[in-house]
Design a protein around this ligand. Structure first.
Ligand code: SF4
Length: 173
């Protein structure tokens, strides 16, 4: 994000800002997203409202709006002002309170742990081939060897005959 000042606190490194090759409007028209009172001096209330609406419209068409909102919520120290993902600072505080209600007061750490676990699973999946489902093996077997031939059920007389042949063969051996 280009809206941070050198003296601002650094964003939480556990949550990198989402990447997009698209030139987001907050980069090309940052003044629309700045709600700080200094920048609004001289603005009429209507003009400020108009800029806010323009920023919101831009965010709603932004390809990374969902990820941007998450980033803004977990990075309160660097998103105290301005519009991020179409939200004002007050709206983000409401969303943060809801997250704290749902996940607990350490909700930022909870989200960071989830992200870490997801990354670890993705990494493991890259190095460990997924097991081939059994159904796929059966399908391949049929393709290579043709359908399974089920033996006809023997009558009790045929079973008796086979048993006596087997016993005779075992005796002779
Ligand atoms: S959603 Fe975020 S990155 Fe996209 S234009 Fe809005 S503030 Fe910028």
């Amino acid at each position: 994000m280009s809206r941070t000042h050198p003296t601002d606190p650094a964003p939480d490194p556990r949550f990198p800002f989402p990447h997009t090759p698209a030139p987001t409007r907050c980069r090309t028209r940052p003044e629309l997203f700045d709600l700080s009172s200094g920048d609004l001096s001289g603005d009429t209330k209507e003009a400020a409202q108009k800029r806010l609406e323009q920023a919101r419209r831009s965010c709603s068409a932004c390809p990374i709006v969902t990820e941007c909102l998450r980033w803004a919520l977990v990075n309160k120290p660097v998103t105290k002002d301005g519009v991020f993902a179409g939200t004002t600072p007050g709206q983000r505080n409401v969303l943060r309170r809801r997250l704290a209600d749902r996940l607990g007061p350490d909700w930022v750490d909870v989200l960071a742990a989830r992200d870490q676990a997801r990354r670890a699973r993705a990494e493991a999946a890259r190095h460990t081939p997924l097991p081939v489902p059994q159904a796929r093996i059966v399908h391949l077997d049929r393709e290579l060897n043709g359908p399974l031939h089920v033996l006809p059920r023997l009558t009790s007389e045929e079973q008796r005959l086979n048993r006596s042949r087997l016993e005779a063969g075992l005796k002779a051996a």
